[in-house]
Design a protein around this ligand. Structure first.
Ligand SMILES: Nc1ncnc2c1ncn2[C@@H]1O[C@H](COP(=O)(O)OP(=O)(O)O)[C@@H](O)[C@H]1O
Ligand SMILES: [Mg+2]
Length: 388
Protein backbone atom coordinates (compact mmCIF):
# COMPACT_ATOMS: atom_id res chain seq x y z
CA UNK A 1 0.00 0.00 0.00
CA UNK A 2 1.12 3.57 -0.69
CA UNK A 3 0.23 6.52 1.53
CA UNK A 4 0.40 9.94 -0.13
CA UNK A 5 0.14 12.84 2.29
CA UNK A 6 -0.53 16.39 1.13
CA UNK A 7 0.17 19.25 3.48
CA UNK A 8 0.91 22.97 3.25
CA UNK A 9 -0.29 26.33 4.46
CA UNK A 10 -4.03 27.02 4.68
CA UNK A 11 -5.73 27.81 1.38
CA UNK A 12 -2.88 26.76 -0.95
CA UNK A 13 -4.87 23.92 -2.49
CA UNK A 14 -4.22 20.84 -0.34
CA UNK A 15 -7.76 19.54 -0.57
CA UNK A 16 -8.01 20.14 -4.32
CA UNK A 17 -4.65 18.50 -5.02
CA UNK A 18 -5.46 15.51 -2.78
CA UNK A 19 -8.81 15.01 -4.45
CA UNK A 20 -7.26 15.38 -7.92
CA UNK A 21 -4.48 12.91 -7.07
CA UNK A 22 -6.97 10.37 -5.75
CA UNK A 23 -9.02 10.57 -8.95
CA UNK A 24 -5.95 9.95 -11.10
CA UNK A 25 -4.89 7.00 -8.91
CA UNK A 26 -8.36 5.51 -9.33
CA UNK A 27 -8.22 6.10 -13.09
CA UNK A 28 -4.88 4.26 -13.19
CA UNK A 29 -6.65 1.27 -11.68
CA UNK A 30 -5.53 1.53 -8.07
CA UNK A 31 -8.10 0.89 -5.40
CA UNK A 32 -7.95 4.29 -3.74
CA UNK A 33 -9.19 5.89 -0.56
CA UNK A 34 -9.00 9.64 -0.08
CA UNK A 35 -9.45 10.87 3.45
CA UNK A 36 -9.06 14.19 5.20
CA UNK A 37 -7.55 14.63 8.63
CA UNK A 38 -8.11 18.37 8.62
CA UNK A 39 -10.92 18.95 11.12
CA UNK A 40 -12.19 21.59 8.68
CA UNK A 41 -13.30 19.00 6.15
CA UNK A 42 -13.80 20.11 2.60
CA UNK A 43 -13.33 16.97 0.51
CA UNK A 44 -17.07 16.70 -0.03
CA UNK A 45 -17.17 20.30 -1.29
CA UNK A 46 -14.23 19.64 -3.55
CA UNK A 47 -15.81 16.55 -5.11
CA UNK A 48 -19.27 18.11 -4.92
CA UNK A 49 -20.43 14.76 -3.58
CA UNK A 50 -21.56 13.67 -0.12
CA UNK A 51 -18.80 11.95 1.89
CA UNK A 52 -19.51 10.24 5.20
CA UNK A 53 -17.40 9.27 8.18
CA UNK A 54 -17.21 5.76 6.71
CA UNK A 55 -15.52 5.07 3.33
CA UNK A 56 -18.05 6.32 0.80
CA UNK A 57 -17.98 5.15 -2.83
CA UNK A 58 -17.32 8.10 -5.17
CA UNK A 59 -16.43 6.70 -8.59
CA UNK A 60 -14.89 3.54 -9.96
CA UNK A 61 -12.01 2.45 -7.64
CA UNK A 62 -12.43 5.50 -5.44
CA UNK A 63 -13.73 5.94 -1.90
CA UNK A 64 -13.79 9.06 0.26
CA UNK A 65 -13.76 9.45 4.02
CA UNK A 66 -14.22 12.46 6.27
CA UNK A 67 -13.25 11.39 9.73
CA UNK A 68 -15.48 12.29 12.64
CA UNK A 69 -12.94 13.45 15.22
CA UNK A 70 -15.38 13.19 18.11
CA UNK A 71 -16.03 9.54 17.44
CA UNK A 72 -12.29 8.86 17.20
CA UNK A 73 -11.67 10.64 20.47
CA UNK A 74 -14.42 8.60 22.14
CA UNK A 75 -12.91 5.38 20.81
CA UNK A 76 -9.29 6.11 21.65
CA UNK A 77 -9.29 8.41 24.60
CA UNK A 78 -12.60 8.20 26.48
CA UNK A 79 -11.26 6.69 29.70
CA UNK A 80 -8.35 9.12 29.92
CA UNK A 81 -10.62 12.00 29.05
CA UNK A 82 -13.02 11.06 31.82
CA UNK A 83 -10.19 10.69 34.28
CA UNK A 84 -8.62 14.03 33.38
CA UNK A 85 -12.02 15.78 33.55
CA UNK A 86 -12.55 14.40 37.03
CA UNK A 87 -9.04 15.42 37.96
CA UNK A 88 -9.50 18.99 36.74
CA UNK A 89 -12.97 19.25 38.26
CA UNK A 90 -11.61 18.08 41.60
CA UNK A 91 -9.26 21.05 41.42
CA UNK A 92 -12.14 23.42 41.06
CA UNK A 93 -12.07 23.78 37.27
CA UNK A 94 -15.47 24.40 35.78
CA UNK A 95 -16.97 21.19 34.30
CA UNK A 96 -17.14 22.30 30.72
CA UNK A 97 -13.63 23.75 30.78
CA UNK A 98 -12.36 20.57 32.44
CA UNK A 99 -13.79 18.53 29.59
CA UNK A 100 -12.12 20.77 27.01
CA UNK A 101 -8.79 20.52 28.82
CA UNK A 102 -8.88 16.76 28.76
CA UNK A 103 -8.36 16.79 24.99
CA UNK A 104 -4.97 18.05 23.88
CA UNK A 105 -4.66 20.37 20.92
CA UNK A 106 -4.11 18.40 17.75
CA UNK A 107 -5.49 15.23 19.23
CA UNK A 108 -8.36 15.04 16.76
CA UNK A 109 -5.86 15.02 13.92
CA UNK A 110 -3.70 12.48 15.68
CA UNK A 111 -6.60 10.07 15.92
CA UNK A 112 -7.42 10.67 12.29
CA UNK A 113 -3.87 9.73 11.34
CA UNK A 114 -4.16 6.58 13.43
CA UNK A 115 -6.79 5.50 10.92
CA UNK A 116 -4.06 5.28 8.26
CA UNK A 117 -2.36 2.59 10.28
CA UNK A 118 -5.64 0.71 10.44
CA UNK A 119 -6.06 0.79 6.67
CA UNK A 120 -2.44 -0.19 6.28
CA UNK A 121 -2.91 -3.25 8.46
CA UNK A 122 -6.06 -4.33 6.71
CA UNK A 123 -4.47 -3.82 3.30
CA UNK A 124 -7.84 -3.06 1.69
CA UNK A 125 -6.58 -0.26 -0.52
CA UNK A 126 -3.67 0.14 -2.93
CA UNK A 127 -3.39 3.85 -2.22
CA UNK A 128 -4.53 6.07 0.62
CA UNK A 129 -4.39 9.78 -0.21
CA UNK A 130 -4.47 12.01 2.84
CA UNK A 131 -5.62 15.63 2.81
CA UNK A 132 -3.81 16.90 5.92
CA UNK A 133 -4.37 19.82 8.20
CA UNK A 134 -2.26 22.93 7.56
CA UNK A 135 1.47 22.50 8.13
CA UNK A 136 1.48 24.08 11.58
CA UNK A 137 -0.95 21.59 13.05
CA UNK A 138 0.61 18.65 11.28
CA UNK A 139 4.04 19.53 12.63
CA UNK A 140 2.81 19.72 16.16
CA UNK A 141 1.64 16.17 15.73
CA UNK A 142 5.09 14.92 14.95
CA UNK A 143 5.96 15.58 18.55
CA UNK A 144 3.14 13.36 19.72
CA UNK A 145 5.03 10.10 19.97
CA UNK A 146 7.65 11.86 22.09
CA UNK A 147 5.03 13.68 24.11
CA UNK A 148 2.99 10.60 24.80
CA UNK A 149 6.21 8.82 25.69
CA UNK A 150 6.88 11.52 28.23
CA UNK A 151 3.43 11.11 29.76
CA UNK A 152 3.89 7.40 29.88
CA UNK A 153 7.15 7.62 31.76
CA UNK A 154 6.50 10.52 34.10
CA UNK A 155 2.86 10.44 34.79
CA UNK A 156 1.87 6.90 34.20
CA UNK A 157 4.43 4.15 33.92
CA UNK A 158 6.90 4.98 36.64
CA UNK A 159 4.23 5.65 39.15
CA UNK A 160 1.95 2.89 38.13
CA UNK A 161 3.20 0.40 40.69
CA UNK A 162 3.24 2.94 43.44
CA UNK A 163 -0.23 4.17 42.62
CA UNK A 164 -1.73 0.73 43.12
CA UNK A 165 -0.56 0.56 46.69
CA UNK A 166 -1.24 4.11 47.72
CA UNK A 167 -4.57 4.61 46.01
CA UNK A 168 -6.62 3.35 48.90
CA UNK A 169 -4.99 5.78 51.30
CA UNK A 170 -4.68 8.81 49.07
CA UNK A 171 -8.27 8.70 47.88
CA UNK A 172 -9.22 9.32 51.46
CA UNK A 173 -6.51 11.79 52.36
CA UNK A 174 -6.16 13.94 49.23
CA UNK A 175 -8.81 15.34 47.03
CA UNK A 176 -6.90 14.31 43.89
CA UNK A 177 -8.35 11.22 42.23
CA UNK A 178 -5.70 8.80 40.93
CA UNK A 179 -5.93 7.13 37.54
CA UNK A 180 -7.42 3.66 37.44
CA UNK A 181 -6.07 0.64 35.57
CA UNK A 182 -8.18 1.40 32.44
CA UNK A 183 -6.52 4.80 32.14
CA UNK A 184 -3.06 3.24 32.03
CA UNK A 185 -4.23 0.70 29.52
CA UNK A 186 -5.70 3.36 27.26
CA UNK A 187 -2.51 5.42 27.32
CA UNK A 188 -0.40 2.34 26.72
CA UNK A 189 -2.53 1.24 23.79
CA UNK A 190 -2.41 4.72 22.31
CA UNK A 191 1.36 4.87 22.74
CA UNK A 192 1.73 1.59 20.91
CA UNK A 193 -0.58 2.69 18.09
CA UNK A 194 1.14 6.04 17.67
CA UNK A 195 4.48 4.22 17.46
CA UNK A 196 3.12 1.89 14.78
CA UNK A 197 1.62 4.80 12.91
CA UNK A 198 4.93 6.64 12.96
CA UNK A 199 6.64 3.54 11.58
CA UNK A 200 4.21 3.50 8.64
CA UNK A 201 4.51 7.23 8.03
CA UNK A 202 8.32 7.26 8.11
CA UNK A 203 8.73 4.23 5.86
CA UNK A 204 9.67 5.75 2.47
CA UNK A 205 8.46 2.63 0.66
CA UNK A 206 4.99 3.29 2.00
CA UNK A 207 4.61 6.99 2.67
CA UNK A 208 5.51 10.05 0.62
CA UNK A 209 4.77 13.54 1.83
CA UNK A 210 4.08 16.21 -0.76
CA UNK A 211 4.19 19.87 0.09
CA UNK A 212 1.62 22.03 -1.62
CA UNK A 213 2.47 25.70 -1.92
CA UNK A 214 1.85 28.86 -3.91
CA UNK A 215 4.59 31.16 -5.21
CA UNK A 216 4.14 33.66 -2.37
CA UNK A 217 6.46 34.85 0.35
CA UNK A 218 4.63 33.74 3.50
CA UNK A 219 3.63 30.44 2.03
CA UNK A 220 7.20 29.59 1.07
CA UNK A 221 8.48 30.55 4.51
CA UNK A 222 6.03 28.33 6.32
CA UNK A 223 6.64 25.45 3.97
CA UNK A 224 10.41 25.69 4.32
CA UNK A 225 10.06 25.48 8.07
CA UNK A 226 7.81 22.46 7.70
CA UNK A 227 10.31 20.83 5.34
CA UNK A 228 13.15 21.16 7.86
CA UNK A 229 11.14 19.61 10.64
CA UNK A 230 9.70 16.85 8.50
CA UNK A 231 13.24 15.91 7.50
CA UNK A 232 14.44 16.12 11.03
CA UNK A 233 11.74 13.77 12.25
CA UNK A 234 12.55 11.28 9.54
CA UNK A 235 9.58 11.82 7.22
CA UNK A 236 10.26 11.67 3.52
CA UNK A 237 9.03 14.48 1.26
CA UNK A 238 9.31 13.48 -2.36
CA UNK A 239 7.70 16.35 -4.30
CA UNK A 240 6.54 19.92 -4.25
CA UNK A 241 3.29 20.98 -5.86
CA UNK A 242 3.43 24.67 -6.79
CA UNK A 243 -0.22 25.57 -7.24
CA UNK A 244 -1.96 28.68 -8.59
CA UNK A 245 0.84 29.70 -10.91
CA UNK A 246 -0.29 32.39 -13.38
CA UNK A 247 -0.09 30.89 -16.86
CA UNK A 248 2.12 32.36 -19.59
CA UNK A 249 -0.83 33.48 -21.66
CA UNK A 250 -1.96 35.91 -19.00
CA UNK A 251 -0.73 39.19 -20.44
CA UNK A 252 -3.19 41.40 -18.64
CA UNK A 253 -1.43 44.48 -17.31
CA UNK A 254 -3.21 44.11 -14.02
CA UNK A 255 -1.35 40.85 -13.34
CA UNK A 256 2.02 42.03 -14.63
CA UNK A 257 3.52 42.61 -11.18
CA UNK A 258 2.05 39.36 -9.93
CA UNK A 259 3.73 37.42 -12.70
CA UNK A 260 7.11 38.98 -11.96
CA UNK A 261 6.84 38.25 -8.28
CA UNK A 262 5.67 34.68 -8.92
CA UNK A 263 8.70 34.17 -11.17
CA UNK A 264 10.99 35.33 -8.41
CA UNK A 265 9.30 33.07 -5.86
CA UNK A 266 9.42 30.08 -8.17
CA UNK A 267 13.20 30.53 -8.27
CA UNK A 268 13.20 30.72 -4.51
CA UNK A 269 11.21 27.50 -4.33
CA UNK A 270 13.88 25.82 -6.41
CA UNK A 271 16.55 27.08 -4.03
CA UNK A 272 14.63 25.92 -0.97
CA UNK A 273 13.65 22.37 -1.75
CA UNK A 274 16.76 21.24 -3.53
CA UNK A 275 16.39 18.28 -5.77
CA UNK A 276 12.73 17.59 -5.14
CA UNK A 277 10.72 17.67 -8.35
CA UNK A 278 8.43 20.68 -8.50
CA UNK A 279 5.09 20.06 -10.20
CA UNK A 280 3.56 23.33 -11.31
CA UNK A 281 -0.17 23.87 -11.68
CA UNK A 282 -1.72 26.94 -13.14
CA UNK A 283 -4.32 29.14 -11.56
CA UNK A 284 -7.50 28.15 -13.34
CA UNK A 285 -10.19 30.53 -14.49
CA UNK A 286 -12.42 29.29 -11.72
CA UNK A 287 -12.47 27.21 -8.55
CA UNK A 288 -11.62 23.54 -8.95
CA UNK A 289 -14.60 21.44 -7.94
CA UNK A 290 -16.22 18.32 -9.26
CA UNK A 291 -14.69 15.21 -10.78
CA UNK A 292 -14.05 16.70 -14.24
CA UNK A 293 -12.19 19.79 -13.05
CA UNK A 294 -10.20 17.74 -10.53
CA UNK A 295 -9.33 15.17 -13.14
CA UNK A 296 -8.04 17.95 -15.41
CA UNK A 297 -5.99 19.30 -12.52
CA UNK A 298 -4.45 15.88 -11.89
CA UNK A 299 -3.37 15.56 -15.51
CA UNK A 300 -1.90 19.07 -15.41
CA UNK A 301 0.06 18.19 -12.27
CA UNK A 302 1.37 14.75 -13.07
CA UNK A 303 1.32 14.59 -16.87
CA UNK A 304 2.30 11.02 -17.68
CA UNK A 305 3.70 10.37 -14.23
CA UNK A 306 2.07 7.92 -11.87
CA UNK A 307 1.26 9.76 -8.61
CA UNK A 308 2.08 6.64 -6.60
CA UNK A 309 5.72 6.70 -7.77
CA UNK A 310 8.40 7.77 -5.34
CA UNK A 311 9.67 10.96 -6.90
CA UNK A 312 12.74 11.29 -4.72
CA UNK A 313 14.73 8.89 -2.61
CA UNK A 314 17.33 11.03 -1.01
CA UNK A 315 17.63 11.83 2.66
CA UNK A 316 18.17 15.53 2.14
CA UNK A 317 19.10 16.60 5.63
CA UNK A 318 20.49 15.13 8.82
CA UNK A 319 21.77 16.47 12.11
CA UNK A 320 24.43 14.50 13.96
CA UNK A 321 26.29 15.25 17.15
CA UNK A 322 30.02 14.56 17.31
CA UNK A 323 31.70 15.52 20.55
CA UNK A 324 30.48 18.98 21.49
CA UNK A 325 29.64 19.95 17.94
CA UNK A 326 26.52 19.51 15.89
CA UNK A 327 26.86 18.80 12.20
CA UNK A 328 24.20 19.65 9.73
CA UNK A 329 24.54 17.42 6.71
CA UNK A 330 22.91 18.40 3.45
CA UNK A 331 22.74 16.16 0.46
CA UNK A 332 23.81 18.19 -2.57
CA UNK A 333 24.15 15.94 -5.58
CA UNK A 334 25.86 17.26 -8.72
CA UNK A 335 27.87 19.78 -6.73
CA UNK A 336 31.57 20.11 -7.54
CA UNK A 337 34.10 21.01 -4.91
CA UNK A 338 34.27 24.78 -4.89
CA UNK A 339 33.92 27.70 -2.56
CA UNK A 340 31.33 27.22 0.12
CA UNK A 341 29.62 30.32 1.42
CA UNK A 342 27.48 30.29 4.51
CA UNK A 343 25.28 33.16 5.50
CA UNK A 344 23.21 33.17 8.62
CA UNK A 345 19.99 35.23 8.72
CA UNK A 346 18.00 34.74 11.92
CA UNK A 347 17.07 31.09 12.06
CA UNK A 348 17.82 30.65 8.38
CA UNK A 349 21.02 29.49 6.82
CA UNK A 350 21.81 30.38 3.25
CA UNK A 351 24.31 28.03 1.70
CA UNK A 352 26.04 28.70 -1.58
CA UNK A 353 28.21 26.08 -3.23
CA UNK A 354 29.25 27.07 -6.72
CA UNK A 355 26.06 27.76 -8.64
CA UNK A 356 23.80 26.05 -6.10
CA UNK A 357 22.00 28.02 -3.44
CA UNK A 358 20.07 26.50 -0.58
CA UNK A 359 17.85 28.11 1.98
CA UNK A 360 17.53 26.04 5.12
CA UNK A 361 15.50 26.86 8.20
CA UNK A 362 17.53 25.79 11.20
CA UNK A 363 15.77 23.69 13.83
CA UNK A 364 15.74 24.98 17.40
CA UNK A 365 18.81 23.05 18.50
CA UNK A 366 20.94 24.76 15.87
CA UNK A 367 19.36 28.18 16.00
CA UNK A 368 21.49 29.23 18.96
CA UNK A 369 24.71 27.93 17.49
CA UNK A 370 27.05 29.43 14.97
CA UNK A 371 28.17 27.73 11.77
CA UNK A 372 31.92 27.31 12.22
CA UNK A 373 32.97 25.64 9.00
CA UNK A 374 31.95 23.33 6.25
CA UNK A 375 33.30 20.59 4.02
CA UNK A 376 31.99 18.70 1.05
CA UNK A 377 32.42 14.93 0.94
CA UNK A 378 30.74 12.63 -1.55
CA UNK A 379 27.89 15.02 -2.32
CA UNK A 380 27.24 15.63 1.35
CA UNK A 381 27.86 19.13 2.57
CA UNK A 382 28.73 18.96 6.26
CA UNK A 383 28.38 22.12 8.26
CA UNK A 384 29.83 22.27 11.75
CA UNK A 385 27.96 24.21 14.43
CA UNK A 386 29.16 24.97 17.90
CA UNK A 387 28.02 27.27 20.70
CA UNK A 388 29.14 30.85 20.37
N1 LIG B 1 -5.09 25.91 -9.36
C1 LIG B 1 -6.21 26.47 -8.89
N2 LIG B 1 -6.90 27.36 -9.65
C2 LIG B 1 -8.02 27.96 -9.19
N3 LIG B 1 -8.55 27.73 -7.99
C3 LIG B 1 -7.92 26.87 -7.17
C4 LIG B 1 -6.73 26.19 -7.58
N4 LIG B 1 -6.34 25.37 -6.57
C5 LIG B 1 -7.25 25.53 -5.58
N5 LIG B 1 -8.20 26.42 -5.95
C6 LIG B 1 -9.33 26.92 -5.14
O1 LIG B 1 -8.79 27.55 -3.99
C7 LIG B 1 -9.58 27.31 -2.85
C8 LIG B 1 -8.75 26.67 -1.74
O2 LIG B 1 -8.33 25.40 -2.17
P1 LIG B 1 -8.29 24.14 -1.19
O3 LIG B 1 -7.91 22.98 -1.99
O4 LIG B 1 -9.57 24.06 -0.41
O5 LIG B 1 -7.10 24.61 -0.24
P2 LIG B 1 -6.65 24.02 1.19
O6 LIG B 1 -7.20 22.64 1.32
O7 LIG B 1 -5.14 24.06 1.13
O8 LIG B 1 -7.15 24.97 2.22
C9 LIG B 1 -10.72 26.42 -3.31
O9 LIG B 1 -11.83 27.22 -3.56
C10 LIG B 1 -10.20 25.79 -4.61
O10 LIG B 1 -11.23 25.49 -5.49
MG1 LIG C 1 -8.46 21.88 2.84
Amino acid sequence: MRVLLYTGKGGVGKTSVSAATAILCAQLGYKTLVMSTDPAHSLADSFALPIRSEPTALTKNLWGLEIDPFREIEENWATVKDYLSTLFSSQGVDNIVAEELSIFPGMDELFSLLKIRQFYERGEYDVVVVDCAPTGATLRLLHFPEMIGWYMRRLFHVERKVVGTIRRFTDEIFSVPLPGEEVYETVERLYKRVGEMKAVLTDPDVTSIRLVLNPEKMVIEETRRAYTYLNLFGFVCDAIIANKVLPEEVTDEYFYEWKISQQKYLEEIEASFGELPIFKVRLYEREVTGIDALSQMAHDIYGNNDPTDRFSDEKPMRIVKRGKDYWLELHLPFVEKSDIQLLRKGDELIVRVGAIKRHVVLPHILAKQEPKGAKLEESILQIRFSPT
